[in-house]
Design a protein around this ligand. Structure first.
Ligand code: 9MR
Length: 470
């Protein structure tokens, strides 16, 4: 790029993110200390994909993804998690009626994951409000046509990048109606919250579904930033939390900050939300990460790599600060890039290392075939497969303190405070661990089929478990 533009943009960002002078005076936030747990109570490290972008445009709102695709994903990368896209338009095709056949089909896919020991987060996806912003041309997705009110304002169809549609007057108006900024459509937010209730009623007893990601990449229309996150976005979240909890006391509810700016590493103003369930609250954070230098079209190389690394630091610290306020676990809901570009595998590994370091789960964008995904259109694996096939603790018999994988020595080190929830399970990919692994402590059993090392350790005290190739 266009380095002058890049440097200016990122320098402005540096100041806004508090990554310049301010960084030295602000304490470094602590790693995430709360975890999603499995049915035995073990802490989960969530490692997987967004499946899939194709759900945005298929008539039935389901991704073009098969059970065989899932088998292959496990075989090649040993994932244990999916951020599964669902669409409001498919769920509530007419106001107040929920398509149970659609939910059945979602449930069928959830069962594929359940059978293989995966954990599922359902993501009510939208980009640019909905497909009715540009009838006949696929730009947006998510909201049903009946909930799309443009008031005759234009949406030009020749934007150079998809994100630019967010600035079209018609799109801004559609959001302003949803957030009730206009005062004309107060019913829309209620429909959305009640649609979540319908989803929760269906999946509340499904052990594979860990929770719900309330809205993909919220956009405030004509209200932005802190005013949006503490105003209409917080209202939507409170109402959706109340509707979900009226039928489902136990699933996790994941919140996203506003996307613009925060995805680059700027601080979010998302407030704390009360959880009306009995016991500990189950509200977590599911932010996205798209470093600005890469969004501007640069590669993860040379000067732009240095800037990107800085923005990653701001993103980490600012996300941890928001997480402290929200008080729950963090799942990085999206990160991803064109894997055919130079440096991209390094970026993926860096993000995996960063999320390991601060105890965040992560879902790569996306599982679809193509240059961003693991396989091309004919199913040939690309460089992402090697980067995502990484050793990680799938489930930990205690509370994790830190995880680190050193690629050079092929040593995975997990520090945790053991409890009595069960053995620790570690996924070990074939390339680095062809014959499985050995554990520095405890009693290990190797399942070569699943490539999972199960380690029984002492059930109390702080333990350091190091896994090296056998
Ligand atoms: O990769 C997706 C691209 O093909 C679509 O045109 C676009 C609009 O639907 O969405 C892209 O996916 C985005 C996701 O929906 C939200 N976060 C950023 C993703 C990458 O741009």
């Amino acid at each position: 790029m266009k380095s002058a533009r890049l440097i200016t943009a990122v320098a402005v960002l540096a100041v806004l993110a508090g990554g310049g002078v301010a960084a030295a005076t602000r304490p470094t936030p602590k790693p995430v200390a709360r975890f999603v747990t499995d049915d035995q109570g073990r802490a989960l490290f969530l490692h997987g994909f967004n499946t899939a972008s194709s759900a945005k445009s298929t008539p039935d709102g389901l991704p073009t993804f098969t059970e065989a695709d899932l088998d292959r994903e496990y075989r090649d990368m040993g994932t244990n998690f999916v951020r599964f896209l669902i669409q409001w338009r498919a769920l509530e095709p007419t106001p107040g009626t929920y398509d149970t056949k659609y939910l059945d089909k979602v449930a069928e896919r959830v069962a594929w994951y359940a059978k293989r020991g995966y954990h599922v987060m359902l993501d009510m996806h939208q980009d640019l409000w909905g497909s009715d912003i540009t009838p006949g041309k696929a730009a947006g997705n998510g909201a049903p046509g009946w909930a799309t009110h443009l008031d005759g304002l234009p949406v030009s169809t020749d934007q150079p990048t998809w994100e630019m549609y967010y600035l079209e007057p018609g799109v801004i108006r559609a959001f302003d109606h949803f957030w009730n900024t206009t005062g004309d459509h107060p019913e829309l937010m209620d429909h959305y919250a009640k649609a979540w209730k319908a989803v929760a009623a269906r999946f509340k007893d499904d052990p594979a579904v860990i929770g719900y990601d309330l809205m993909n990449e919220p956009w405030g229309g004509s209200i932005q930033g802190a005013q949006f996150e503490t105003g209409p976005l917080a209202t939507l979240y409170r109402r959706s939390i109340a509707e979900i909890r009226s039928v489902d006391p136990d699933s996790w509810i994941f919140l996203e900050p506003q996307a613009v700016g925060v995805n680059w590493g700027l601080p979010s103003a998302l407030p704390h939300f009360d959880d009306p369930r009995d016991g500990q609250p189950r509200i977590g954070l599911a932010p996205h990460l798209y470093p600005l230098p890469l969004d501007l079209g640069d590669d993860y190389t040379a000067g732009s790599r240095r800037w990107t690394d800085r923005t990653l630091g701001w993103w980490r610290d600012n996300t941890l600060r928001t997480a402290e306020r929200v008080g729950g676990p963090v799942v990085l809901g999206e990160f991803g890039l064109d894997m055919s570009r130079p440096g991209s595998s390094d970026l993926v590994k860096r993000v995996l290392g960063l999320t390991d370091q601060v105890n965040m789960g992560r879902a790569y964008w996306s599982r679809d075939p193509g240059p961003w995904g693991p396989y091309d259109d004919r199913g040939k694996p690309g460089p992402l497969v090697a980067a995502m096939a990484r050793p990680y603790p799938r489930a930990v018999g205690g509370v994790p303190v830190s995880v680190a994988y050193d690629e050079k020595s092929r040593a995975l080190t997990l520090v945790f405070d053991a409890n009595e929830t069960g053995p620790t399970e570690i996924y070990l990919p074939a390339r680095d661990f062809p014959h499985g692994g050995q554990a520095s402590i405890g009693e290990a059993t190797w399942d070569a089929g699943r490539r999972v090392l199960t380690v029984k350790t002492k059930t109390a005290g702080r333990l350091t478990l190091t896994i090296t190739p056998r």
